[in-house]
Design a protein around this ligand. Structure first.
Ligand code: MN
Length: 421
């Protein structure tokens, strides 16, 4: 379902009718209403929405599926990308402006020490040597036609580096206000060269039986046709300070020298709705973390006979802490599941492995399993000096990881919760 269809069908949305400032105007309202969508009617003259995808249930319902189906469908979409379908007259072409002043967009400043106004829901699309890549990057507004981009050394970085070596800029388009299929696909971690737009198309096909529609930009690239805004430009070799910025952990990320994204053209619908993801909010957690769960499911499934469910927990920002439920065949399966889980999501710092009788969506049940089934002497794995998340303020360069095997010993009584009489 498109962003606007979703917002129109949300019967619990908070509608903020009064004019809201781009300077800190949205932060508290979004933070205090994370259980429902918030629509801003006038943010710098535009409509904007946040908290649309802040629960698993809302993401599933936006895809037209049950939340229990999410993991399986994301796995199948990753394994079987499908072609997109081109349409000729996308609505984002309603208004096409060269020399657009980016300061006129409804891009908010969120926190007092942030380095500037930040675009947070933009999906970057780039093509290089016949390969396409989709990824999320925060953009810090610099002036009328430039952003600083945070470019972690992954696929887009690789493309940018390769073009820079030839002395060229890398053409990139940022899409804002895209379908949830595109948001989830852009946050998956796949091999270099695997086209996340075709993963999005496969996910759309899995969920609603039709491919993802795309449309061509003036520069020649194809982008999701249902984008509310498209910002077309190029990654240059000019470097500037980016940050500080409150990221997923709710703490300030550092200032780094990062490339400039120079904008050539802005496209928007006649009545566009801007998507805002509150940094460190539940929507940020889920859009970033949810696509990692299938990866963990896969690697654990390769290591132990039965894996039932995986969850990155909200307490760990849906990024640093995870829970896996398995059925053991032999002693040691729990420990192997821990090691496999870390390979499925290298940013994970703590994983807890439980039996299938524990509901991994209930943090108290998981803690109960740790309290009654776990002994550090035999069930704790500590891995020091590993690469982890750059977003964890307690990690310095490398990180220490812990795995907790809270599965009960095989063939022993005394570990099951008593049944009610
Ligand atoms: Mn990629």
């Amino acid at each position: 379902m498109s962003l606007r269809a979703l917002l129109a069908s949300a019967n619990n949305a908070l509608v903020v009718k009064e004019k809201v400032s781009v300077d800190y105007g949205v932060t508290r309202i979004l933070a205090e209403n994370q259980d429902r969508p918030v629509k801003f009617v006038d943010l710098n003259g535009f409509e904007a929405v946040g908290n649309l995808f802040s629960t698993r249930a809302s993401i599933a319902s936006a895809l037209g599926i049950e939340k229990e189906e999410l993991l399986g469908k994301m796995l199948r979409a990753n394994d079987h990308p499908r072609p997109t379908a081109e349409i000729k007259n996308p609505e984002f072409r309603d208004k096409v402006v060269e020399d657009y002043d980016l300061k006129d967009l409804p891009i908010p400043k969120f926190y007092p020490r942030d380095g500037g106004r930040y675009l947070t829901a933009g999906v970057a699309i780039a093509e290089f040597e016949g390969k396409r890549n989709l990824s999320f990057h925060r953009l810090m507004l610099l002036d009328k036609d430039r952003f600083a981009i945070r470019l972690v050394p992954r696929h887009l970085f690789t493309m940018w580096k390769a073009e820079a070596a030839k002395g060229k800029d890398l053409p990139v388009a940022f899409c804002v206000g895209v379908l949830p299929e595109v948001l989830l696909a852009a946050a998956t971690s796949t091999d270099y060269g695997k086209d996340e737009l075709e993963i999005a198309s496969a996910l759309k096909y899995e969920c609603s039986g039709s491919p993802l529609e795309v449309a061509k930009l003036k520069g020649g690239m194809h982008v999701p046709a249902h984008s509310e805004f498209v910002i077309e430009g190029r990654l240059t070799q000019e470097m500037v300070d980016e940050g500080p910025f409150v990221d997923i952990t709710g703490t300030y990320d550092d200032v780094r020298r990062q490339p400039v994204f120079k904008v050539d053209r802005v496209y928007m619908r006649r009545d566009p709705i801007f998507h805002i993801v509150l940094p460190g909010g539940l929507e940020h957690y889920l859009l970033m973390g949810l696509p990692r769960e299938p990866m963990i499911f896969r690697t654990v499934g390769q290591a132990v006979p039965r894996v039932h469910a995986v969850r990155l927990t909200e307490g760990g920002c849906c990024w640093l802490h995870g829970i896996v439920s398995i059925t053991k065949n032999k002693e040691g399966d729990g420990m192997n599941a821990i090691m496999a889980a870390f390979t499925g999501h290298p940013s994970m710092k703590m994983v807890t492995v439980v039996d299938v009788d524990i509901d991994i969506n209930d943090d108290r049940q998981v803690e109960w399993a740790v309290a009654t089934r776990f002994q550090a002497e035999r069930g704790l794995l500590v891995v020091n000096n590993a690469a982890g998340s750059s977003l964890d303020p307690s990690a310095s360069g490398t990180t220490s990881k812990i795995g907790i095997d809270a599965t009960k010993p095989l063939g022993e009584n005394g570990f099951d919760r008593a049944e009610l009489p």
